[in-house]
Design a protein around this ligand. Sequence first.
Ligand SMILES: Cc1ncc(C[n+]2csc(CCOP(=O)(O)OP(=O)(O)O)c2C)c(N)n1
Ligand code: SF4
Ligand SMILES: [Mg+2]
Length: 286
Amino acid sequence: MATIADFRAEKATWCPGCGDYTVLAALQKAAVNRGLEPEDMVVVSGVGCSGKISQHFGSYGFHSLHGRSIPTAQGVKIANRDLTVVASGGDGDGYGIGLGHFIHAVRRNTDITYIVMDNHIYGLTTGQTSPTSDPGFKTKTAPAGAVEEPIHPLHLAIIQGCGYVAQGYSGNLGQLVELIEGGMEHKGFSLINVYSPCVTYNKVNTYDWYKQGIKDVKQIEGYDNTDKYAALKLIEESEELTTGLLYKNDRPSFDQTLYKYPDAPITSSDWTINPDTWNKILDQYK
Ligand SMILES: Cc1ncc(C[n+]2csc(CCOP(=O)(O)OP(=O)(O)O)c2C)c(N)n1
Ligand code: SF4
Ligand SMILES: [Mg+2]
């Protein structure tokens, strides 16, 4: 049985204290807890500091283009549904350039786990405003402060029908492991938005800042995470600082609804082509 050491690859190169270290550790622990082997998994990432996770995690991996982890991950899962597929990246990657893919993957409900390392800033490109930067947040691209309404990923996911909407925090490894395991277990698209502080470029949304506002949903007595409107209200009222599994539903996943989806993964199908058929295809190009 695999151990955490089996899910280690090259030494991580994030800044000391970067929240993404906890996300990597949580993903490794979740994989071990689920009894997975490195060859059972594919971690696909976008571009950003967060995107390095596919290189640092010891499994099959694919470091895709900026904002393109989700379409790549969906392709992997559709080709081989036996794999546990994780898509990952940053707030800029997923909620900026990749936002269209995110929304469509939610409504398609492909069975992948999407982990967003949300630090409210572009880290890799040295500190520009991101889609989740708070209004008034000053960066080199908005020296007088951000003026746009931020993207609200949890709201968007719930409204669009996501069956597993969770939020974690890099200051709470145990909870994050649990949320990632739950996301892998969930049959369908799962979102785990992780507040993962960028200690180098974001001097506002720091560990101390989160510590003062973050609340675990388990502390809320009587909270029903299958009630869509209760989830939306909670997220709104807690200014998006509640962590845990905030909303879930069990609508069928993409492969469960697809017409004539083959019984076995495409990757294990017999793709041998009869030479006559092949020659007929070639003849069409002559
Ligand atoms: C098509 C394209 N546009 C822009 C860039 C430049 N770029 C690389 S990473 C990045 C943003 C990274 O921010 P985020 O996704 O939040 O990741 P973080 O570094 O904060 O983890 C940008 C704009 C790019 N690589 N490709
Ligand atoms: S720049 Fe920020 S996000 Fe990037 S590795 Fe350093 S702390 Fe992490
Ligand atoms: Mg970011």
